[in-house]
Design a protein around this ligand. Sequence first.
Ligand code: AHR
Length: 322
Amino acid sequence: MNNLNTLYKEKETTKKTVEKNNASSDLIHVGFAQVGAESDWRLAQTQSMKQTFSESNGYKLDFVDCNNDQKTQINAIQEFIDNGVEYIILDPIVEDGYDTVLTNAKNANIPVIIVDRNTKADESLYTCWVGSDFVKEGLDAADWLSGYLEANGRSSEIINIVTIQGTLGSSAQSGRTKGFNASLSSHPNWNMLDEQSGDFTEEGGYAVMKAFINQYPDIDVVICQNDNEAYGAIDAMKENNLSFGPNGDIIVIAFDATKGGFQRMIDGEIHVDIECNPLEGPLVAELIQKLKKGENVDKIQYVKEEVFPAETAADIIDSRVY
Ligand code: AHR
């Protein structure tokens, strides 16, 4: 009887182990090295990824918030490789410096999907990239400004501009800067007074705008490379009793078009918000499913994005998901 009991117990244990193994081996193991949690946009992107790569959708997600530190991010990717994840998702904090770790992933035969920001690493080192056309976003901001000034009879006025940039060296910062600044040569009356990084944070936007206000008495336009920087810049302008927004003096341009950004447009604080779409989870999952079936995927895929001037905000805000 004792022997029978032992045998029965052993069988139960084996069954449980197999069930557990089956359960975990059915899940697709994905590692995501996220930039950090610097902005509302970033939180929306994290949520999109976590919701998509859930166990109920068939995934086991290893998520690392890299706190805007590239070393942490490279270590996270190396750990994913060492742990044998099946797919790596990387949102590179900056463009340079990922070659070695991406080579390690390639040598381990782990496909790497890059999202949002891009890297300057050789294209052969990653499977594909999904994200925003940051240069186009910058060009869109310049086109909007040009149209706005023309509509207000100011197209030949001297226009003093300051830019609160995002994290230096990130493709979101370099692309938006490149796109907007490409328009300066065709607008000789646009005067870029200064460009400083606010690191895509509200505190950064506040500190940089405060310094700009102290240094430049005649600012016509502030370009904030994300919504959170715009919120900080708005606080600095309020503190200094400056008039801004669609019914004021200083023109405020922001990027991201989060729900918060829409609310600020409705509140008369931001003139225009250039969309940057963080809802990349479903698209990345589609890519993983295709790769799993051995299908080819496009190397580069842009997400759809629009320009939202303040006058459209009230009609659109309720349909915003992030
Ligand atoms: O890389 C996308 C940018 O990073 C978003 O504009 C910003 O909000 C985020 O922090």
